[in-house]
Design a protein around this ligand. Structure first.
Ligand code: PLP
Length: 388
């Protein structure tokens, strides 16, 4: 089955047996517990909904299939997935190497919880520099954590080469694939051990459900994660599982449209005299453009750019837009805009932002799937308003 077919059918095959009624959409199984006819035999394997639930299971099968993984697990948020992953696979005193331009919430989790309370230290490196990755390995290092492209600077690192470094040093490789979605990038294919998603973003795609997922090939790792998911209880609810099953059906066509719109917007921004820099993986000017073309099958819908303007005028530009809503998050059908230094990355110090190259007037767009002409007109009128 090709991607778009899997996105519609896997996990929602009609059940004609076992009392099934042939539903073409998996029902929302709200039952918290499952009665059994005999003490020793859980009914069709279901005991209690934290441990497993039929709607969540359908989604987990769908998610695994979309990432070309053996196993998938669905969590109550991307952060719950990350927390469960670290609790399952690391212990006190272990060390992680992470890309320095990670999602701010991941850094907060690493620094304020795992480092502060569990003595699990993290070294942040620019993972585009393979020597820096290699040099950061310590005796205690157990895991390398990547996000590619990164948020918001869209830096891209070489998953396959880093996975070879991991194999040589017996390290686990985790890749947060939220920005590309399984439609444009499959890190397991390049040697990752675990793929993380905030399904809040492209996978669900409609800004109406918070969720996360882990996709894995290795059975032993899956068993550890599944045990911890049940032990800590960080599960996706039956209703949210249904929402993500529904949203994921159109992932392919949404990603194509996000990308088509993003390319048109980049073309417009690159020519605009008020724009000093445009960052998008699909532009030849992107420093990792060649890698982008081998590692990913598309470029996605995220664009970052800088205005030839101070922060005051940058805010005025953003506030003048009609269709680009000022909001954190990304990956939904509606276009969103934000200023990372004031919003998603405000928790980083000015020095930290400077070190990773994040300027105060950088703007991040999550390009939606509206008509591109309306989006271009909206940007055009906001540029005009900067100086009025
Ligand atoms: N990873 C990335 C790249 C993200 O952008 C986010 C949220 O913005 C997360 C993880 C965390 O996901 P959630 O907000 O679903 O907990």
């Amino acid at each position: 089955m090709k991607f778009d077919t899997r996105a519609i059918h896997v996990g929602e095959e009609p059940n004609f047996k076992e009392g099934g009624m042939g539903d073409v959409v998996v029902p929302i199984h709200l039952s918290s517990t499952f009665a059994r006819a005999e003490v020793d035999t859980p009914t069709q394997g279901y005991e209690y909904s934290r441990t497993q639930n039929p709607t969540r299971k359908a989604l987990e099968q769908r998610l695994a299939s979309l990432e070309n993984a053996q196993y998938g697990l669905a969590f109550s948020s991307g952060m719950a997935a990350e927390t469960t992953l670290i609790l399952s696979l690391l212990k006190e005193g272990d060390h992680i190497i992470a890309f320095d331009d990670l999602y701010g919430g991941s850094k907060r989790l690493f620094n304020r919880l795992f480092k502060a309370r569990f003595n699990i230290h993290v070294t942040y490196v620019d993972a585009r520099d393979l020597n820096a990755v290699q040099a950061a390995i310590l005796k205690k290092t157990k895991m390398i954590w990547l996000e590619t492209p990164t948020n918001p600077l869209l830096k891209i690192c070489d998953i396959e080469t880093i996975s070879e470094i991991c194999k040589k040093n017996e390290l686990l490789l985790v890749v947060d694939n939220t920005f590309m979605s399984p439609y444009f990038q499959n890190p397991l294919k390049w040697g990752a051990d675990v793929v993380v998603h905030s399904s809040t973003k492209y996978i669900n795609g409609h800004s109406d459900s918070v969720g996360g997922s882990l996709m894995i090939n290795n059975h032993e790792i899956f068993e550890h994660l599944k045990f911890m998911q049940n032990a800590t209880g960080a599960i996706l609810s039956p209703f949210d599982s249904y929402m993500v099953l529904r949203g994921s059906k159109t992932l392919g066509i949404r990603m194509e449209k996000h990308q088509t719109n993003a390319l048109k917007i980049c073309e417009f921004l690159e020519k605009h005299p008020k724009v000093s820099k445009v960052i998008y993986p699909g532009l030849k000017s992107h420093p990792e453009y060649d890698l982008t073309n081998t590692q990913m099958s598309g470029f996605g819908g995220m664009i970052s750019f800088e205005l030839n303007a101070d922060l005051h005028k940058t805010k005025k530009f953003v506030e003048s837009l009609k269709y680009f809503l000022i909001a954190e998050s990304l990956g939904g059908v509606e276009s969103l805009i934000e200023i990372p230094s004031l919003m998603t990355h405000a928790s980083l110090t000015a020095d930290d932002r400077k070190q990773i190259g994040l300027s105060d007037n950088l703007i991040r767009l999550s390009v939606g799937i509206e008509d591109s002409e309306d989006l271009l007109q909206d940007l055009d009128q906001a540029f005009y308003r900067i100086d009025t």
